[in-house]
Design a protein around this ligand. Sequence first.
Ligand code: CTP
Ligand code: MG
Length: 235
Amino acid sequence: MTHSPTIAALIPAAGSGTRLGMGFKALVELGGKTLLERAIQNVQSHVDQIWMAIAPPMQPDVQPQVQFLLERYPKLNWVHGGETRQASVWNLLEASQNHPNATDQVIVHDAARPFLAATPLEALIRAVGRTGAATLALPCADTLVQAQNGFWHTLIDRSSAYAVQTPQGFTRSVLHQAHQQANLTHSSATDDAGLVIQIHHAVEIVAGDSRLFKITTPTDLELARAFVRGWDAAL
Ligand code: CTP
Ligand code: MG
């Protein structure tokens, strides 16, 4: 009998949400639920464990919203986040690795992306089973240019360009090795697939979803608020 790999979702949620300007972004409400709860809800039936990284002021004994999540979602565990997203993911990796039932695979997903549907998540999980490292990404529909001093400088060939999203998934040992190497060499990347590339492991690109946009600015939140009712009605 083949054993199907176990999976943990790692959710970095410890950012301060500076560009949004509404306090801890993970706790911002969208259609009656926090962004963090939406991230948890969207992964819960696809994984064995869920780990979230939260900023110290978001601790469960201080923040009733976080306490509520731990009571409501039995698979959920928490750790303190770090100074950067990368440090938060490292804390998540370490804590989940020290669990007696450390999973075979990990899926990293930003708390700031509330619209993750089952289809892209399932496609990502299948890809991780095939190749050990995969990310969702969207082909670029807009023309891409490199600017210099606010002026159009050079055109970038967009035919092979993708905008990288989360979730991203990895065999636990691959992501662990990538983070260890980055810690050793003090290198950084904007996401986990970027670190995995630095250890020369291939990352498969899986069709992303334009609804998976990251809430970064007030305009993004405005878009999300306009969209959320239809999303929830379709569930
Ligand atoms: N994140 C984290 N720990 C950090 C920084 C970011 O866990 N030290 C998480 C955020 O909570 C978010 C994801 O990484 O879910 C993507 O980061 P981003 O959108 O940049 O969120 P913030 O860092 O909170 O926003 P800003 O950069 O505007 O302050
Ligand atoms: Mg940030």
